[in-house]
Write a protein that binds this ligand. Structure first.
Ligand code: FAD
Ligand code: NDP
Length: 588
């Protein structure tokens, strides 16, 4: 019998000893089918005593007493778990074909940002041999930074700290109303703040590097380019070139800011990649663009007392709820931010050098009128492009969206090249947010190397725009809800509210606002949540869970509020938009 078993093993590239009713055997065959692998199976339960004898011989040969018992090219693989391990890590087809060669790493991640670091750490937690390559090309102004990607170095973290710094300024202005004897003139020191922010970022950079060492993850401070679908060329800081190979490669290279194609843009303009590292105060600033980055940066700069103008090509915050976007604009305007709209810059020239110098900006309105103004700093916040150029993706056949250069992936973040994956800002059709990149990275590693099958859920992702009055939202905008379900099926509950902290300084009346968008046909399920007011990010995070779990308007009504908070308005929101009743709060 042993000879018969050995002949079967030798005679078939992929041999499965199976039982026809066994669910693990079925799973193994399913995986082979999915990878288009030809195999030979014998069903031991259909062979009477001979089947029993084969099973005994297999036990003697492999010490494995169970089925499925899988062999490839004469080598014992094991059972369902062992086969699944290769299926998940993407090497099953190569192993079945006998072409598998041991590579340097199980997984190499290109990009040490939010998504890449999360993925590589999770993969390492499964005992896999992993590496991450991260390299920052300096901006045209020469700004560069350390490990951690956009969020930590030139995104969320410095932005939120500067946003906080502006809020502290507001609080100082309000403080006499709360009994503080604050000097009349309190000045903001840009250099001091930027220095403190930089110190914090550097401590995070250090933390990330030491965490990689601790977790035995190899870190290459090098720029990676594909040589083939398993091989990367790495060019380090000192131009040292290395080649490494991996079974799986994850692309998490994020994006970098765009510059408009106008004279002087790169020579004199800066972007969010520079603003947080400016050694001198920016002075009178023009921010070009009207989305997240533009409005957030304009907001904190104005909060520090700078003369700030936002140049808007079309609308504020495309894709967001229109009413909320317009309310943000009007709040910023009442707090001194100027808007030029609809207009685009056409030329920038230098009037005089300095720290900061003076720049003449020519711009054109939609109707063709041209004007010129002088600014100390021009910051472009005109969107971002993925870092997918010149890294060998076309050469190895990874499909990109031709319009935006992003990588096309399936629901499991796999590209059309099966061992190559993409997550974060570089993946087409997903929100460009840090927690999205992190979650996608973790889930991917769990699916590749753990036992999870769970895909990343890109629906109902909450977000907050950190403008002076923060705007948090999750789910549908009013326009999208109406376009999707029809106006007759939508009920909107809304209210203005006055945060208690604004009452003594008598500030910003009828600026804070909340609304719930409900779907009538599903018992008023809440499908959109919007809040404008202090700490909107904190408020939105909690309510996002309610929306994700399918909460209805009556669930919100039955919830007991926390008093006195801003968030409690969502438990007492009874006025519908359709009623036409005013939701403005009348003073006294
Ligand atoms: P990244 O963090 O961009 O990391 C990619 C890394 O890969 C970078 O370090 C890059 O240098 C490196 N790299 C690129 N190409 C290569 C290569 N070939 N070889 C080696 N390394 C390479 N999101 C929020 O959720 N909340 C916020 O408040 C928020 N604020 C933001 C504020 C600003 C100003 C900006 C610009 C973004 C903000 N975001 C915010 C978005 C958030 O920062 C991104 O969604 C997130 O950082 C994306 O992570 P990622 O891992 O996809 O890419
Ligand atoms: P967006 O792509 O969201 O917006 C780009 C803006 O620039 C739009 O207002 C666009 O106008 C305008 N624009 C584009 N090209 C030009 C041009 N040539 N001249 C003038 N205006 C132009 O980019 P952002 O950089 O603001 O944000 C990128 C992403 O980063 C966001 O989508 C977000 O996911 C993430 N982010 C998240 C934050 C958060 O969570 N708080 C904060 C900051 C960023 P138009 O509408 O006319 O096209």
């Amino acid at each position: 019998m042993m000879e018969k078993v050995q002949n079967l093993i030798r005679g078939n590239a992929v041999m499965v000893f199976s039982k026809s009713y066994c669910k693990f055997c079925k799973r193994v065959k399913e995986m082979f089918a999915m990878e288009k692998i030809t195999y030979h199976a014998v069903e031991l339960d259909m062979m009477g005593d001979e089947g029993l004898a084969i099973q005994n011989a297999l036990a003697e040969l492999t010490s494995q007493t169970t089925v499925p018992n899988v062999f490839m090219h004469g080598q014992h693989v094991g059972g369902c778990d062992a086969t699944e391990k290769y299926y998940r890590d993407g090497t099953l087809a190569e192993r079945a074909a006998g072409t598998y060669e041991k590579r340097d790493y199980d997984l190499v991640v290109i990009g040490g940002g939010s998504g890449g670091l999360a993925a590589v750490k999770e993969a390492a937690s499964f005992g896999r041999k992993v590496a991450v390559c991260d390299f920052v090309n300096p901006t045209p102004k020469g700004t560069k930074w350390g490990l951690g990607g956009t969020c930590v170095n030139v995104g969320c973290i410095p932005k939120k700290l500067m946003h906080k710094s502006a809020i502290v300024g507001c609080d100082i202005k309000d403080s006499p109303h709360f009994g503080w004897e604050t000097p009349e003139e309190v000045k903001h020191n840009w250099e001091k703040m930027a220095g403190e922010v930089k110190k914090h970022i550097m401590s995070l950079n250090f933390g990330y590097r030491s965490d990689l060492v601790l977790k035995k993850i190899k870190y290459y401070n090098a720029y990676a380019t594909f040589l083939d679908k398993h091989k990367l060329k790495l060019v380090g800081r000192d131009n040292k070139v290395e080649e490494i190979t991996a079974d799986n490669i994850l692309i998490a290279v994020g994006g970098r800011p765009n510059y408009p194609d106008i004279p002087g843009a790169k020579e004199y303009g800066i972007t969010s990649d520079d603003i947080f590292y400016l050694r001198h105060s920016p002075g009178k600033t023009l921010v070009v663009g009207a989305s997240y980055v533009a409005l957030e940066c304009a907001g904190f700069l104005a909060g520090f007392g700078f003369d700030v103008t936002v140049m808007v090509r079309s609308i504020l915050l495309r894709g967001f709820d229109r009413q909320m976007a317009d309310m943000i604009g009007s709040h910023m305007e009442t707090h001194g931010v100027k808007f030029i709209r609809p207009a685009v810059p056409t030329k920038i020239t230098e009037k005089c050098t300095g720290s900061p110098g003076e720049l003449a900006v020519t711009y054109k309105f939609e109707d063709g009128r041209e004007e010129e103004q002088t600014f100390n700093t021009v910051m472009f916040a005109t969107g971002r492009s993925p870092c997918t150029k010149n890294i060998g993706l076309q050469e190895i056949g990874v499909n990109l969206n031709e319009k935006n250069g992003k990588i096309i992936g399936d629901k499991l973040e796999r590209t059309n090249v099966p061992n190559i994956f993409a997550i974060g800002d570089v993946l087409d059709g997903t929100p460009e947010l840090t927690p999205v990149a992190i979650q996608a990275g973790r889930f991917l590693a769990r699916r590749l190397y753990g036992k999870s099958n769970e895909p990343m859920d890109y629906k109902m992702v909450p977000t907050t725009v950190f403008t002076p009055l923060e705007y948090g939202s999750v789910g549908y905008s009013e326009e999208d809800a109406i376009a999707t379900y029809g106006a007759d099926d939508i009920e909107v509950y809304h209210t203005h509210y006055q945060p208690l902290e604004y009452t003594l300084p008598e500030r910003d009346e009828n600026k804070s606002y909340g609304k719930l968008i409900c779907l009538k046909s599903t018992g008023e399920k809440v499908i959109g949540f919007h809040v404008l007011g202090p700490n909107a990010g904190e408020i939105t995070q909690g309510f996002a869970l309610a929306l994700k779990l399918g909460a209805t308007k009556s669930d919100f009504d039955n919830l007991v509020g926390i008093h006195p908070t801003c968030a409690e308005v969502f438990t007492t929101m009874f006025i519908t938009k359709s009623s036409g009743i005013s939701v403005e709060k009348k003073s006294c």
